[in-house]
Write a protein that binds this ligand. Structure first.
Ligand code: SF4
Length: 184
């Protein structure tokens, strides 16, 4: 089960808080996962083969999903890694429909960052190449407020000295590379 969007004050400045898209994704999935990740516990090195397999599959999909289409990852401010831009539209590629909500907020954060830091207002698309499906994403005022609340919560979660408590395993824990750390 993914987490509800929190409500709290926005961060003072995106450039000083420096939150990555991955951190937004992980926070929405599970704040404890964000904490492990932000404290240098890399998923490739824990939790057996599941995490490494997922990382490898994601890399393969990024390389092979659109073989006829010229595209490349775009780095913004040495912070955000956008899968690709097509006519100014921001694309995020996902291998499955899992974690849809986390993917949505990750992409909304990219749109929010581009608008606020670069004055570039655009839309986004989540690409599901295995399902041959695309979903258009718009940044509305309500979504902007949600992103600001998430960014504030990401910053406070990262600053905690111990990981947030999760009372019981969730369905997503079965696919999480940190499951041995949390529940082993
Ligand atoms: S195993 Fe579950 S509780 Fe632990 S970090 Fe992963 S999703 Fe969160």
């Amino acid at each position: 089960m993914e987490r509800d969007t929190p409500s709290s004050s926005p961060p003072a400045s995106l450039s000083t808080v420096r939150v990555t898209g991955t951190e937004v994704h992980y926070y929405v999935l599970c704040p404890r996962k964000l904490w492990w990740f932000s404290h240098g516990i890399e998923q490739e090195h824990v939790g057996g083969s599941q995490g490494a397999e997922n990382v490898a599959m994601g890399q393969m999909l990024h390389q092979d999903s659109y073989p006829g289409k010229p595209r490349k990852e775009v780095m913004i401010d040495d912070l955000l890694r956008i899968d690709f831009l097509d006519d100014g539209v921001v694309h995020e590629i996902k291998k499955s429909k899992g974690a849809q909500r986390a993917t949505l907020y990750q992409l909304l954060y990219y749109l929010y960052y581009l608008k606020r830091e670069k004055g570039f207002v655009t839309t986004g698309v989540i690409d599901y190449p295995k399902q041959r499906r695309r979903e258009t994403v718009e940044l509305t005022p309500q979504r902007e407020a949600e992103i600001e609340a998430i960014l504030a919560s990401v910053a406070s979660t990262r600053s905690e000295s111990i990981p947030p408590v999760v009372d019981a395993p969730m369905p997503i824990c079965k696919k999480c590379a940190y499951q041995d750390l949390c529940w082993g």
